[in-house]
Design a protein. Structure first.
Length: 190
């Protein structure tokens, strides 16, 4: 069965983007953590950056499908990028958009049902790249968390899981600290 991984950048206080769901440009982009991410997870880089870095044809190591909430998708769409991850099967969850403006992007309305279907299909892993409300909805389906923890406190913004209070425990399976102060933390579902 395919695995759903929530791989996300977060501040120390659990914020993944600004209060208006604006572009999270407060995260550290320079440093040794970036090369490690590009090496281990080349598929999480937007297609345009893969081209700029000369890795457009690099094989996807972990994922063949990316899931986004409408707010996360809107960040790229505002810049005219209706499919930021052209090298992956892209699915966006929205209650208001039912017809995709891009034939390479699927829009769906029921995240839990769609993820359960995806998990039954053959293929590589499924990457949940955001946002916080979608992650809260899909939390029972998340098998793994990969948190790129940045040494920043935001104070306010969209939380990693923007939903109801419902504690669930995960096991820490890998820690990778970097001189930049970023720490990559991997957790698996109990």
């Amino acid at each position: 069965m395919r695995k759903l991984t929530y791989l996300i950048a977060s501040t120390i206080d659990g914020v993944i983007t600004g209060p208006s769901n604006d572009n999270p440009d407060f995260f550290l982009f320079e440093g040794d953590h970036g090369e490690a991410l590009r090496s281990e997870y080349p598929e999480v880089l937007p297609t345009q950056f893969r081209r700029m870095l000369g890795i457009a044809d690099a094989p996807n190591k972990h994922f063949d499908t990316v899931l986004q909430g409408r707010g996360s998708w809107d960040i790229g769409a505002r810049e005219g990028l209706t499919n930021t991850y052209q090298h992956l099967r892209s699915i966006v969850f929205s209650r208001t958009i039912t017809q995709s403006p891009d034939p390479t992007v699927e829009f769906a309305t029921d995240p839990v049902a769609r993820v359960r279907e995806l998990k039954q299909e053959p293929g590589a892993g499924i990457w949940l790249c955001g946002g916080g409300r979608l992650a809260a909805t899909l939390r029972p389906e998340i098998d793994e968390l990969v948190i790129k923890l940045h040494p920043i406190v935001a104070g306010a913004g969209v939380g990693m899981f923007d939903g109801e209070f419902s504690p669930a425990q995960f096991d820490l399976t890998h820690v990778e600290p970097f001189t930049s102060g970023v720490v990559h933390l991997t957790y698996t579902k109990r």
